[in-house]
Design a protein around this ligand. Structure first.
Ligand code: UDP
Ligand code: MG
Length: 152
């Protein structure tokens, strides 16, 4: 069978950090077979976020996105697993927390009124590669697990 093991990039956003959901969100990923390949705290950086969200720069809500995303340092990382990109996006739910499917991370931890949606996930394998290279330029920051077993 063809292996569909992929890497995806994630951010735990300031709203979720402020509410104390970092561990819970990482735990949901781990319970679904996504293991943490990289993890770090990055100080607020308009420059990095503008590169990360370059497609949004001309959108009317971009300044709000920047204000939200620079409120605290960010927890950023890489998950690895089978179909990691689509799996993580499914666990996140819809971009708009008011439309996020019940039980998803953005429905549970997001704030629909403020359009703050708790966490980011790459939308495609190509986007994941670009984002991982942007946030983790050194491959020595990655954990290589030779024999991933998963939680019991
Ligand atoms: N966003 C927003 N208003 C919108 C659309 C997006 O504030 O109408 C923010 C939101 O935080 C979202 C981010 O911009 O997560 C990136 O938008 P994208 O369309 O890439 O959604 P995502 O890939 O995060 O689901
Ligand atoms: Mg996106």
């Amino acid at each position: 069978m063809t292996s569909t093991k992929e890497e995806t990039f994630f951010i735990i956003k300031p709203d979720a950090i402020e509410k104390g959901y970092v561990g819970e969100i990482l735990s949901i990923a781990e319970k679904h077979g996504l293991h943490i390949k990289a993890l770090k705290v990055v100080p607020p950086s308009t420059e990095l976020l503008s590169l990360h969200y370059f497609e949004l720069i001309k959108k009317p809500f971009f300044n709000e996105v920047l204000a939200h995303m620079t409120r605290t340092s960010l927890v950023v990382g890489v998950f690895e697993g089978e179909n990691a990109v689509s799996k993580w996006r499914t666990l996140l739910g819809h971009t708009d927390p008011s439309k996020a499917e019940a039980g998803t991370i953005r429905a549970k931890y997001g704030d629909a009124e403020k359009f703050e949606n708790a966490a980011h996930g790459s939308a495609s394998i190509e986007e994941a590669k670009r984002e991982i290279a942007l946030w983790f330029p050194s491959s020595s920051d990655m954990i290589n697990i030779a024999n991933y077993v998963g939680p019991n």
